[in-house]
Design a protein. Sequence first.
Length: 338
Amino acid sequence: MQREAPNAEFPPIPVVETGAAFPLQTLALQEPRARALMDCATAGVSPRLLRVLDAVSRRWLVKQGSIHLGEIDAIAAQLARPGVYFLSVNYEWGCTCRVGPSPDGRGARLVRVLDWVTGGLGRYVIAARVAGPAGPFVALTWPGYTGVLQAMAPGRFSAALNQAPMRAPFGIFHVDWAVGRGRVWRTVHPAPAHLLREVFETAGTFAAAKRMLMERPISTPAIFSIAGLGPNETAVIERTESDARVHEGGNTAANHWQTPGWKGLSRGNDSPGRACQMHRVPMELDAHFAWLTPPILNWNTRLAMVADAREGRLVARGYEPAGRTAAPATAPLVLDSR
């Protein structure tokens, strides 16, 4: 069941029903939103540069034998504009998450705030109900996007992906960024967002999902937050390309490492401050997100979500820049899969 919290001032988040090929199906159902988002994402970038980035990105997908290449080829052909390949593997955002028991102590919940500099991500977000091989799941996503950044699988688990700290061998941001991207292009492992998609498609339980997120090699360091069905089924998983450190139980994640000895340059706005404040966020399924205040709320905030897989319930809202911070761009969404 779907319902939007009453609010005539803001447009609703569309909810679409799809099969396993949800990137192509969401594009077919919501192509104008995809084109509007591409306009936002590529504003100020020359088509020539986008074509170069596309060529590099596609070569990398070929090199790793990506199972999603055919999908991305079809999406690029449908949209017929440069930038599709690059945006399909682009991985530049900051986020804040919390996992812990539900207020009644019977289940587990995931609180998620997505930050990304690209405008339009909050305005054009959709909720895709995906009929996956291991069971249905709801992904908060965008038409034609082939990864999964945050989703809830009723009766299984909820999970989200945060960007990990930047390795900083030289201490010069742009040099370190370029070195990091070069390391990514040399790998043959899938992007973290594609691994998270596979987890939702194939993992039948919290334990199976957690094991995949711990053990499967990835192209880029990442931080996964996952909440299962019981109050003790929660974890934050910090990942390098081939190593993992698991923080069991109730915890938060932003864009810096908790693991002793792991070093890197934190991402986003005040990562430690966001994590500290997230510890105090209530785990209520509150569709109005009254707790969303600075520093968790900032100029780059694009999406807020709370999910409970045991109850099969999810609330979400999109955000866009408004002055020095972000403000609601959609009506609150309430999804109930019971």
